[in-house]
Design a protein around this ligand. Sequence first.
Ligand SMILES: [Cu+2]
Length: 660
Amino acid sequence: MVTRRRLFAAGAAGGAALLGPAGWTTSGRAATALAPLDARDIPKYVTPLRIPPAMPAVATDPERDTYEIAVRQFRQQILPPSWPRTTVWGYGSTAHPGSFGYPAPTIVARVGRPVRVTWSNQLVDDRGDYLPHLLPVDPTLHWANPAGGTEHRDRHGQWDGSPQGYRGPVPQVVHLHGAHSAQESDGHSEAWYLPVARNLPPDFAVSGSAYREFRSRFAEHSGLRWAPGSATFEYANDQRPCTLWYHDHTLGLTRTNVYAGPAGFYLLGGGGDDLPDGVLPGPAPTRDDPPNASHHDIPLMIQDRSFTADGELRYPRRYSGDGDGPPTWVPGFSASTMVVNGRTWPTLTVRRRRYRFRLLNACNSRFLLLSVAANATARPARPVLPVWQIGGDGGFLPEPVPHERVALGPAQRVDAIVDFTDVPAGTELYLVNEGPDGMYDGGRPGVDFPPADPHTTGQVLRFVVADAAGVDPSVPPEQLRLPSPPRLGTAQRVRRLSLNERMSGGKMIMLLGVLDERGRGLPLRWSDPVTEQPTLGDTEEWEVRNFTRHVHPVHLHQVQFELLGRGHSGQVRPDPGERGRMDTVLAYPWEVTRIRARFDLPGRYAWHCHLLEHEDNEMMRPLTVLPRGGAAAGDGGSSGGPASPEGGPEAPGTASTDAG
Ligand SMILES: [Cu+2]
């Protein structure tokens, strides 16, 4: 048996920095500073909404746009002015030190024009020593586990006795969510890397188990070799115009990495499937904006965050109680304040005209039900302006859809138009949230569950309407004709999958899986043999059966899929707002969610629940696209070999049902 004393000794060999007395973020903070900040004490609507600027490029040549982006630690005013600043992580351009922010600057990309990004992990201090995590890290999960060395990385780790759990250098890897990316550029969870730091413990793994394979693949294609502490990814932008976002995706650490701040928008526009300039409200920030440019296409990254009394981010150490043990994974977390574009409860002055808002739910596990109301606290909320949805995750809908209330699960986007033209100047309106504080099991607010606290998390953003300035050339949403997404062809194969609950180590955890021969959920973990192995070029239908009490946002990498149906039969038509392409779909309890996707890039990807707490604790499975002809792609790494537990792959081109 490994004693705590021995773990301490092992930690000492790995560097003294792991052993110091660790407080919440620094050892000197008093207990009162660590107490939670009461969200009701924070004044609302005292700071203007921040609109992230466009990310500066380091080169724009005929072939592509090139970026040098790092993640760094800095302090930012997230709470209102005169309140403490908050230590966060965020991305920015290394060539423009002033560009770092939470959220990060927006990458502005054009369809058909590739973007190449070198992503560097610069979570180091001024002396070049690594920075530990801002938040508690459960080292016992199946996670990146750099302290395990090359032999035990991407496995369950051991606790070294620190009250904050793992205190070593923090792995990072960036996933561009919703992108049609080659495998080596997808930000695979086991392709993480540590920063280059003076004091990296020599026995640590400096990168994840998939890093070298993807580094070689990228070098083969591009002739470029990734530098230590970084990875270079190329995004082909060969998909329909849409609203993407980028965020960390490290195995078993995504929830706390993303909570600490690293996330940004990636707006893909142009090409034959976009609308001509001026038809939709605009512009969004661009790389060559003049100072004081005004924007009418505004991304809204909505997140919940909790703070300590001294203004630092707060994330639970344990599910319940304090105790002496390591920080332990929590199954979900609803924080106490709403933060939009990095500020708590901001205010946006809008002109009497139309605006385009790219709504993103970037919460760890909170579901949002958003509407525009005149009264911030009345429940049920009484919407006064429709939110016209023109697109979802993967681009435009077939036609604009007016919503009184927009449902947005974690990672989902809604491309929306709100028309303030007929609202008298001086009016104050509120973006309110009637999603639950806590897990979402479906149903209606006020009927099936209490809506979020109307005084805190039930409010998101205030609009103050001002007089029009100039003419609004945009087309009213009800008159818009949208470039309809093409339909995918018939599926070559139907795959039957499951979402499951299982007790594990005294806790209920959620697992993806397949169905057994009797139609019951057969849960599988990240490291179990790969079962989802479409053949390159095939279209598949996935029937995802939810055997849990909760709604899970199911996300597939590589593809933008169609939602075919849901309900107990799987035959209930999708809502009008779900009739475009999607990369994340809500799977409701006890229902079948049927999607159709075409897999046209070979290699190793993943599909997972986008509740970050679930994703981090095994609710993620490999998705490996095999080349036509049947040979396995890659070695499968620690995600298991490309074998099916029920036998080999069937003949390509035949329709069949996969029972596991
Ligand atoms: Cu889940």
